[in-house]
Ligand binder design. Sequence first.
Ligand code: 3AM
Length: 192
Amino acid sequence: MSMIRAFIALEIPPALQNIIAEHSAALQRDIPHAIRWVAAANIHLTLKFLGDTSPASLQGLIHSLSAVINQQEPFQISIGEFGLFPNPKRPRVLWIGIQAPPDLDRLYHAIETACARLGYPAEEKPFNPHLTLGRVREEADQTRLRPALQNYQIGQLGAIDVESVTLFRSDLRPQGPSYTALAHIPLAQLDS
Ligand code: 3AM
C-alpha cells in the first residue's frame, strides 16, 4: 500500500490567504525569480510534519489527535510582520509571523505528545509558528534580495479564530505541492 505524506496544520481563511498573496505579488515585482512562492491556497500554519504515514494508520491517528485536540478551547491568533529563516543575512525562507496566546503552544505540545506516542519522531527544533510565504532559490542574488526584504513592511494582516486542526495529505508534483485535507479535528465546543 503506498504511503501518504501527511502533516498537521491550522488552515488560513481564503480572505487572509489572498491578502498574503497580494504581498507576495508586490514583493515578486521587486525581486523577480529570487523566490519560489507558496501558492495562496497552500498557505497554512504547520503544527507537525508527519511524513510517510500508512493509510491503515490514519483512523487511529485521527482518533488519538481528536482525544487531545478536543480538550483545548478555541482561541484567536493574529498574523502579521515578516520574518526570515535562518537569519536576515542569508535568508532561505520568508514567512509571516503569528501572535498567539499560550493556547497555541499548548495545542502544539499536545499534538507533539500524541504523535510521539504513536511513534512519530519528536521535533528537535523549538516551535516557531509561522506561515511560509516562499523559499529563496539557490541562485538568487542575495545582494538584491536582502534590501528588498528589509525595506518591505507587511504590518498586521488580521486575526483567525482557531476552531479546528486539519490533517493534510501532501502530494509533491513538479509544478508544486498539492495539499488535500483528510480530516478536520475540532477543538472543544464552547457552550453558547
Ligand atoms: O509550513 P511550512 O512551510 O513551515 O516545510 C514543510 C511545510 O512547512 C514541512 O511541512 C510543511 C508542509 O509540507 N516539511 C516538509 N518536509 C519536511 C521534513 N522532512 C517538513 N518538515 C520537517 N521535516
